[in-house]
Design a protein around this ligand. Structure first.
Ligand code: NAG
Ligand code: NAG
Ligand code: NAG
Ligand code: NAG
Length: 325
């Protein structure tokens, strides 16, 4: 069957021996130019071209006649480039999305009449993609937008998805612009906690079957999270060179560390506080108490407590229990 049509087609073109050639499918970008070539060929030297016309689906856009010259519908947008009886190229200088559709190149010859070929124009617009992690997000119990992604002025429309190990909800807003493009804004929504600070999320814009990923790092502000290290539950009287270290995370970073006693009494003179370290040069009975490390950042202060139990040294244990060898 296909062979039959192929043969019929060949026969037809041999009989006709003349041809109008255009590009079947064309793509143009909004605001840019597009060029439609149309060529005419004939094996019969007696055939004369009387007119070549480019049309959209409703009206004539430009006509060329070897005898009468050129007529262009809207010269500010349409132009014929170097027209001749064998080639008439239509140029649209600023493409609108409304230009999308079917175009035809119609060649009128003497004595054979009209021949036509069709071109389909698709108008596209490449979007501008952007994404940002919101700054100034504070960890609390409120659901909020922590990251936003935008794909602006796309034709065909783009889609946005998110890739994240943290669970979140997504809210998309699509706007149809007057130039036939569309803009999508996608919000990533969750309840931020201090553990989600710095976590990666990726916004993936899909435009025209291609993915455009933008990786982001969340920024979540929280007041300090404090822990104390260094007490090994083996602080004997006279043991020297021990210390407590106060570890704190915070966003913004902690600005001050204050060591205190839990009962509010001044720090004993046997300890020295330097930033986040509490040094004990030699353990004595005054160290036998609970300490607090209070850490402050721009969002507030939080403290952690360390109970220190001082054990009698080997010598005193020996004397009081009378168990020495
Ligand atoms: C054809 O072109 C004319 C002139 O530019 C325009 O007004 C009209 O909307 C076009 N029609 C279509 C279907 O594109
Ligand atoms: C997503 O939204 C639903 C309904 O508002 C809510 O119940 C759920 O906790 C949200 N999930 C996340 C991860 O924020
Ligand atoms: C935007 O255009 C699409 C079709 O192109 C339509 O389905 C949608 O409803 C429109 N949205 C708005 C908000 O007008
Ligand atoms: C430290 O205090 C505890 C009670 O809080 C007490 O049992 C212990 O003997 C004290 N250690 C020294 C070395 O005084």
């Amino acid at each position: 069957m296909q062979l039959f049509f192929l043969l019929l087609g060949l026969l037809f073109s041999v009989l006709q021996a003349q041809d109008v050639t255009v590009t079947d499918k064309m793509t143009a970008l909004v605001g840019k130019e597009v060029i439609f070539p149309c060529t005419f060929s004939s094996k019969d030297p007696k055939v004369r071209v009387t007119q070549i016309m480019w049309m959209n689906s409703t009206v004539s856009l430009a006509v060329y006649s070897p005898h009468l010259g050129i007529h262009v519908n809207d010269p500010t947008r349409f132009q014929l480039v170097d027209p001749s009886p064998t080639s008439v190229t239509l140029k649209i200088s600023r493409v609108y999305y409304t230009d999308e559709g079917e175009y035809s190149c119609e060649v009128t010859t003497f004595p054979d009449g009209n021949l036509k070929a069709f071109t389909k124009l698709t108008v596209k617009a490449i979007p501008q993609n952007s994404a940002e992690a919101k700054s100034g997000v504070v960890a609390d119990d409120q659901e909020k937008v922590v990251a936003t992604c935008k794909s602006a002025n796309a034709r065909p429309p783009s889609q946005i998805t998110w890739h994240s190990v943290i669970p979140g909800n997504i809210s998309n807003t699509i706007t149809n612009n007057t130039d036939g493009t569309s803009t999508i804004v996608s919000d990533f929504i969750m309840t931020p906690t201090w553990t989600t600070d710095g976590m990666p999320v990726t916004c993936i814009t899909n435009y025209d079957s291609t993915d455009y990923p933008i990786p982001l790092k969340l920024s979540v502000q929280y007041s300090p999270v404090v822990t104390i290290e260094g007490f090994d539950d083996n602080w004997h009287l006279h043991r020297s060179g021990v210390f407590l270290i106060c570890n704190a995370k915070g966003n913004p970073p902690p600005t001050s560390y204050i060591w205190k006693t839990v009962d509010g009494s001044p720090l004993p003179s046997s300890v020295r506080a330097k930033d986040n370290v509490l040094y004990v040069d030699e353990v004595d009975a005054r160290v036998n108490r609970s300490f607090l490390c209070e850490v402050t950042n721009a969002l507030g202060s939080r403290a952690s407590r360390q109970d220190v139990l001082v054990r009698g040294n080997y010598y005193t244990a020996c004397v009081t229990s009378m168990l020495c060898d």
